[in-house]
Write a protein that binds this ligand. Structure first.
Ligand code: THU
Length: 172
């Protein structure tokens, strides 16, 4: 096939630019007091992670509108895919225990025994999708704060800011 011919036949209808807004804080001490408290809970939960394979511990703490705090951490398994990320452990626990109480904030932190993580660790794609489900369900945004072991903290006002082109129940 002649490359020139093949490219000239392509007609792009339009190009889309996706923009997202995130806020970056220099450290946990710059956060509002209630979020500092939530991040401290996430750090405590992180230390209880079961991560014998990756040695990468993740802690998650979410706050419900009632004020209740729910924790999660990563739970690994010798059959690797059977494990689960911290964020989903937390959000599924909240969904199972308080199905009708909206989530307001989620704090996430990660620590590795191999290196000091100073850059914020964003939730993985599967966790973003799971979190998005609950945001759509409750019809109010969940603010997500994430960091490494120390250093800067990133804030997303909504899971939607972390997951453009969301797949939700409107397709079904
Ligand atoms: N992990 C999480 O808990 N959350 C994420 O968003 C990314 C990854 C866990 C899964 C696994 O136990 C370890 O971190 C290394 O990938």
């Amino acid at each position: 096939m002649d490359l020139e011919t093949s490219t000239t036949n392509i007609r792009i209808l339009k190009k889309l630019t996706i923009e997202t807004n995130l806020e970056v804080f220099d450290s946990i001490s710059e956060l509002p007091k209630d979020i500092q408290e939530l991040m401290t809970k996430a750090q405590e939960a992180r230390e209880n992670a079961y991560a014998p394979y990756s040695h990468f511990r993740v802690g998650a703490a979410l706050r419900l509108v009632s004020g209740e705090i729910i924790l999660g951490n990563n739970q690994e398994n010798a059959a690797f895919p059977s494990g689960l990320c911290a964020e989903r452990v937390a959000v599924f626990h909240a969904g199972a225990t308080y199905p009708n109480i909206p989530i307001t904030n989620l704090a996430i932190t990660a620590r590795s025994s191999k290196q000091t993580i100073k850059t914020p660790v964003a939730p993985c794609g599967a966790c973003r999708q799971s979190l998005a489900e609950y945001e759509v369900k409750q019809k109010t945004p969940i603010a997500v704060f994430f960091m490494g072991e120390k250093g800067q903290v990133v804030k997303a006002n909504s899971v939607k800011d972390l997951l453009p082109l969301i797949f939700d129940n409107s397709y079904l």
